[in-house]
Design a protein around this ligand. Structure first.
Ligand code: COA
Length: 172
């Protein structure tokens, strides 16, 4: 059976030195840019490990806004009346090449969606989970998970929070 990722907030015991996903900019960010952003409250970072403290995956979440007029009509009808819709941005994320293609990237996104839902319910309202696909090829990865592209920005994808809630209430 496939070992389960342990996903928890970044702390000083995590070893990020050997992390190597398919995107060099994301590898560099994990080692040198992330701490600055976390230190400035720009994002919250979660690390994924498998049995030891070596980081094999990570993601970041931040507050964001999406302009309402950019949303598809069906999504627009389910968000508040503001022009700027409160949202949660799934920012940088990656899975180490050594474990890629085994569903761990999916696990990480599902965990991040759950964290976003918990925060949206209890801490800071958010009607959408948003992600910016780094390439056209990656759009399909997020669509398979249930995200939909904005009509005029295909690389920006959203997952309405009420649908995330339904997802987890079905699993409960
Ligand atoms: C994208 C990423 C997180 C996926 O992690 P993963 O553990 O391999 O994902 P899963 O096993 O859950 O899903 C695999 C599916 O993702 C898709 N996928 C993964 N990487 C992809 C890429 N670079 N381009 C297009 N599709 C990709 C494929 O459809 C793959 O399906 P397949 O196994 O049938 O080919 C990982 O490849 C990664 O870290 N990439 C580098 C960093 C990055 O691009 N981050 C996302 C920025 S938007």
């Amino acid at each position: 059976m496939r070992p389960t990722l342990r996903i928890e907030p970044l702390d000083e015991t995590h070893d990020r030195s050997r992390f190597n996903c398919a995107d060099d900019a994301i590898n560099a960010y994990l080692r040198s840019g992330l701490d600055r952003d976390v230190g400035r409250y720009g994002c919250v970072a979660y690390m994924a490990t498998l049995g030891d403290r070596m980081v094999v995956g990570f993601d970041t979440l931040s507050n964001a806004v999406v302009e309402k007029h950019r949303l598809a009509r069906a999504t627009r009808d389910r968000v508040p009346g503001y022009q700027s819709v409160p949202a949660t941005l799934l920012g940088r994320m990656g899975i180490d090449r050594s474990i890629a293609g085994r569903g761990y990237g999916t696990d990480l996104v599902v965990d991040a969606a759950h964290r976003a839902l918990v925060a949206a319910r209890s801490t800071s309202g958010s009607s959408l989970l948003v992600v910016d696909a780094k390439s056209d090829a990656l759009i399909g990865f997020y669509v398979r998970l249930g995200f939909t592209s904005l009509p005029d920005q295909p690389r920006r994808l959203v997952y309405p929070m009420h649908k995330i809630e339904q997802l987890f209430s079905r699993q409960a």
